[in-house]
Write a protein that binds this ligand. Structure first.
Ligand SMILES: [Zn+2]
Length: 105
């Protein structure tokens, strides 16, 4: 344990002391500062993931609805696939919206 000079009055104070015994200047100020946690970073990362997922499924939904409309009169395999893509992307979009609400609402 080292002795350090109090920045306020110059008294030799133990580095383990919370405050200077003479003038009560707080010595442990730097260690008492709340350290930034990884929580904020994690939240931002998941938020970006959700936004990316939302963009992806949104584009797929628009594309599959477009294919569905343009092939609806023909009733081909493409129409069937477009139906599946529309349903899947719609469910995925709802899931993204629910997750966004769950984490940030
Ligand atoms: Zn002091």
């Amino acid at each position: 344990m080292a002795l350090v000079d109090c920045p306020e009055c110059g008294t030799k104070v133990s580095s383990a002391a919370f405050a200077c015994p003479r003038c009560a200047f707080p010595m442990q100020q730097s260690t008492l500062k709340p350290t930034p946690t990884g929580q904020v970073v994690t939240t931002e990362r998941t938020g970006k993931d959700l936004k990316a997922a939302g963009c992806f499924w949104g584009l797929l939904l628009v594309a599959s609805v477009f294919v569905l409309i343009s092939t609806a009169s023909q009733q081909t395999v493409v129409t069937f696939l477009a139906w599946i893509a529309t349903t899947v992307s719609l469910i995925a979009l709802i899931r993204v919206k629910v997750l966004t609400w769950w984490r940030h609402g």
